[in-house]
Design a binder for this molecule. Structure first.
Ligand code: PLP
Length: 482
């Protein structure tokens, strides 16, 4: 395999100005046997009032499901991390709670590298990983590392608002890409890019390839390959924001009696996952943002970026003077647990997640099929993630051309208010829509009468999920006089 291409021409002015902090460079000598280190403001770890952390977790292979709380005497995984190192794979508290290791604790990085090799096998030589505080922070770091004011970025037509707020604060320009139920349409992306002047060409594509937030769509391998080719043709980076990658599910089978949710073998599970952009990245132009938020817990605030070393180094420099490193408690606990489970046990956990989310998705889609008015809606059962969308033809509303001035957004608002009165909240699609920064270059100005609402099956128990959707369906029926 070849090393990554030199892509440092993408770096922002801010990033180019970043130099190693002279004080931080001295830290590499800390712990050297014959050196008396009088150089840094490091408190002695003897004074850390944390001698031991013990965490009890379920134990692989999670035969009773991942939500099962083990009873007294049943198998558990006990993670015990001490101040000084005992197990090879543990991050001792004397180190994790100390300054240093901006790129992440070595034991954590080792686990994550093995995991990346297992699932993605990046096809270039020198790929590496760097710890983050989760994808929210990682995306903010991406913006600072690559974007100058006025640079363009490609985003899906509807996308995660928090990521866009971060981008807006950096004064970047948006080029929204048309999507369908399976995500980005590569041919439309090509058409869009062909229309841009050189100065408007994007530096990067921000995409949520799996279990998209908000649309619930997932990009398949063929589309990813086509998009990757475009990234080479027009020279831009691909940032894959992938918190939902492991929430890929079985395909939805409307007939409940034909559903096959029986546990699959490990190999079958791995092979069934959609290949990532990283897995096709021969140039080193993909930065993959991975997070444990949706697979372990959001409050772990720990994740990682996979990418080429020259670009990761710029994240390292930024982290040195901002986050410093992920929280020490989290580094010790998460690494301790994952190392005890091993990549094999973690695979069991991920397989358990697949089974749970398949059930939740099935309950949501069954409820939509049973209680939404079929005449006016369309939906595609998601194959990954936490979200589903229901498209509604606003033009079918009896007041569309009269009271609502043929404005789909007025129908959206009416549905939102009616469903709230009934006690069900789904998010209107327009809240996620991205405005084109070069409207004259947009593909079409046609007003579509389709609107959509986003819901999630992740956040509530199954009976609440069903009830909420029944309420929303009944609000729709009343609104549309059906
Ligand atoms: N990216 C997307 C697309 C999300 O939907 C979310 C969470 O809702 C995040 C990032 C946040 O991830 P993290 O908790 O790792 O910061």
């Amino acid at each position: 395999m070849a090393p990554a291409k030199d892509l440092t021409h993408f770096l922002s002015e801010e990033s180019k100005r970043r130099q190693p902090s002279p004080l931080k460079t001295a830290f590499k000598y800390f712990g050297q046997p014959d050196l008396i280190f009088l150089g840094g403001g490091l408190p002695l770890s003897d004074y850390f009032p944390f001698n031991k952390i013990t965490v009890e977790s379920p134990a692989p292979p999670f035969e009773n499901g991942i939500g099962y709380a083990p009873k007294e005497g049943e198998a558990i995984t006990k993670t015990e991390v001490l101040k000084q190192k005992i197990e090879d794979f543990d991050v001792p508290l004397s180190r994790s709670l100390q300054y240093g290791h901006t790129g992440g604790q070595p034991e954590f990085l080792k686990f994550v590298k093995e995991h990346t090799e297992l699932f993605h096998k990046p096809p270039y030589d020198d790929w590496d990983v760097l710890a983050t505080v989760g994808n929210t922070q990682a995306w903010d770091a991406v913006l600072r590392t690559f974007c100058n004011e006025g640079d363009s970025i490609l985003v899906e037509q509807y996308t995660f608002p928090s990521s866009m707020e971060a981008a807006k604060s950096q004064a970047v320009k948006f080029i929204p890409i048309p999507v369908d139920a399976e995500g980005i349409l590569p041919e439309k992306l090509d058409e869009q890019l062909a229309k841009l002047e050189k100065s408007q060409l994007p530096k990067l594509l921000y995409t949520i390839p799996t279990g998209h937030n908000p649309t619930g769509s997932s990009l398949n391998k063929e589309r990813k390959q086509a998009i990757y080719k475009l990234s080479q043709k027009y020279d831009f980076l691909i940032i894959e924001d992938e918190p939902y990658y492991f929430l890929q599910m079985e395909t939805y089978t409307p007939d409940a009696s034909k559903r096959d949710n029986a546990p699959k073998g490990k190999e079958e599970f791995v092979n069934a996952l959609e290949p990532s952009f990283l897995s096709m990245d021969v140039d080193g132009r993909v930065l993959r943002l991975d997070s444990l938020s949706k697979v372990l817990a959001p409050g772990t605030r720990i994740g990682w970026i996979v990418g080429q070393p020259a670009l990761l180094m710029k994240f390292f420099r930024l982290h040195e003077v901002s986050i410093q490193n992920p929280c020490g408690f989290s580094s010790s606990i998460v690494t301790g647990l994952l190392s005890r489970w091993g990549n094999d046990g973690y695979l069991n956990w991920l397989m358990g997640l697949r089974a749970e989310y398949t059930i939740k998705r099935d309950v949501a889609i069954d409820a939509i099929a049973a209680s939404f008015p079929k005449e006016i809606i369309e939906y595609v059962p998601p194959v990954a993630g936490m979200f589903f969308t229901v498209f509604i033809d606003a033009a079918r509303h009896p007041k569309f051309s009269t009271e609502f001035d043929s404005d789909p957004l007025k129908v959206e608002n009416a549905i939102f208010e009616s469903s709230m009165k009934k006690g069900a909240l789904m998010i209107p699609g327009s809240w996620f829509e991205i405005a084109h920064s070069f409207p004259e270059k947009a593909l079409s100005n046609e007003v579509d009468s389709k609107i959509f609402f986003r819901g999630t099956y992740a956040a509530v128990p199954l009976d609440q999920l069903k009830l909420g959707l029944e309420r929303f369906g009944s609000a729709l029926k009343e609104e549309f006089g059906l």
